[in-house]
Design a protein around this ligand. Structure first.
Ligand SMILES: Cc1ncc(COP(=O)(O)O)c(C=O)c1O
Length: 440
């Protein structure tokens, strides 16, 4: 029996009125979304204000990995809310418990953490730690990367949106090209296992651009907002070796890649990476606003009192969510389901790509897959104009999807990790129908 039901065309009558009101009172400066006003959600199913039901490939934006409104998380947040809502930097029971739980869930060398509220807070803190520990002011990051919208985070990023008209960006950021197996004009991705050509390029880039004050590298395990771009296998390990050879610090942005999204609890596990600093966000609270930066105690020791703090970081409700989410990961096979269902979805989506002239690439691992749309599979010219009609068509048939990418031409397939095979099949059938109607 199908779980989706939509009275198309969207928006429905209540939704239309509410969207008009929303755009009147709140500035409409967000990216394009399906014309749906969410009312409530459970697991992988979202219900809108008109009673339409959808399967969710968005998780918000890779946030609600344990499923929407998981009862254990809801109960923990409600209990914490009734007991203590805020106490700033003072110790509270929930915060202490959450810190212990998070550190124990991390690779052993990352033996301390600090709680903040957003992913951008976490990457800003990671940059601060990197600079204070190294005593240097330059950071190497990547074109097409995304680390958030605050100034240092946006400066490390390599996408136009967060930076446009907001310059000058923070001095000292050196951006390198990220190896993209789908678009690889320089042959960098074919150069494994040493990727010699790529690392010669990187050496030359640093030689030409650094003042001699390079402190470390900030990188995502895969580029999320940049278009779900996964570097070739082995490249991240080689990057780590390059970092170590130069005596630099290694900061990994796992804001969206962690908590089982890629089929391992931490994306760093795929290549046994040992970053000095890790930024964590999104699924850490599965909808309750919380983020964290984790590092070795040697790195944290570079900061003095008052150098890292935030009004709501370590808030008791957010902290209770951190522990409750980790409880759920201990009790439910979310990470294994991500690996298994992700492989199944990828195989089925690749088969669909063979029937659609515009679906140029299906890539990813676990339950983070990207569908890249192009005008012509040979030239690979991006086709962002297909994305809005595709998202609207999917929504009209009961599937919520969002877009990412430097050119906005990549659909993200990132459902909650609790998705079942039946839900996956139903969502695939909706996408197959939408693809068959797609026209340039
Ligand atoms: C890799 C990565 N880093 C940082 C961020 C910023 O997180 P936030 O929007 O919570 O500030 C994001 C958000 O999408 C992200 O994907």
């Amino acid at each position: 029996m199908s779980v989706t039901h939509v009275s198309a065309p969207l928006p429905g009558p209540k939704g239309r009125v509410l969207l008009r009101k929303w755009h009147r009172f709140e500035a409409n400066v967000v990216g394009f979304q399906a014309p749906v006003v969410w009312d409530h959600a459970r697991g992988c199913v979202v219900t809108d204000v008109d009673g339409n039901t959808y399967l969710d490939w968005t998780c918000g934006v890779l946030v609600t990995s344990v499923g929407h409104c998981h009862p254990h998380l809801v109960a923990a947040a409600q209990r914490a809310t009734a007991r203590l809502l805020n106490n700033y930097e003072c110790a509270n029971v929930e915060r202490i418990a959450a810190a212990e739980r998070l550190v124990r869930a991390l690779p052993p060398h990352l033996n301390q953490c600090f709680f903040l509220s957003t992913g951008s807070d976490a990457t800003e803190a990671a940059a601060r730690l990197l600079k204070r520990k190294s005593g240097k002011f330059e950071i190497l990051s990547f074109e097409c990367g995304f680390h958030g919208r605050t100034l240092h985070a946006a400066s490390m990023g390599g996408l136009p949106g967060p930076k446009r008209g907001y310059g000058p960006t923070v001095p000292g950021v050196i951006r390198a090209a990220f190896p993209n197996p789908y678009r690889d004009p320089n042959g960098w991705c074919r150069g494994g296992p040493d990727f010699k050509k790529y690392f010669s390029y990187l050496d030359a880039l640093v030689l030409a651009n650094s003042t001699g004050s390079l402190g470390g590298v900030m990188v995502e395990p895969y580029q999320g907002a940049g278009g779900f771009i996964f570097p070739p296998r082995g490249w991240l390990k080689k990057l780590e070796e390059w970092i170590r050879r130069r005596g630099l610090l290694f900061a990994l942005d796992e804001v969206q890649s962690s908590y089982g999204r890629t089929g391992r609890m931490w994306a760093l596990e795929h290549e046994d990476l040992r970053p000095d600093i890790v930024a964590i966000g999104k699924a850490i609270g599965c909808g309750v606003p919380v983020s964290a930066v984790a590092a070795t105690s040697a790195v944290f020791s570079a900061l003095g009192p008052g150098e890292l703090s935030s009004t709501l970081g370590g808030n008791p409700v957010a902290s209770a969510a951190v522990s409750a989410v980790l409880d759920i990961y201990e009790r439910e096979p979310l990470v294994a389901n991500s690996a298994r269902l992700g492989a199944y979805l990828k195989k089925r989506l690749k088969a669909l790509a063979a029937t659609c002239p515009y679906l140029g690439d299906v890539r990813g691992m676990g339950l983070v897959l990207g569908l890249e749309f192009v005008k012509d599979k040979r030239t690979k010219e991006p086709a962002p104009e297909l994305i809005k009609p595709l998202i609207v068509d999917c929504a009209n048939h009961g599937l919520l999807a969002g877009a990412v990418g430097m050119y906005g031409n990549v659909i993200r397939v990132a459902p909650p990790l609790v998705m079942t095979r039946a839900e996956a099949d139903e969502s695939l059938a909706i996408m197959a129908g939408a693809l068959s109607r797609l026209k340039l």
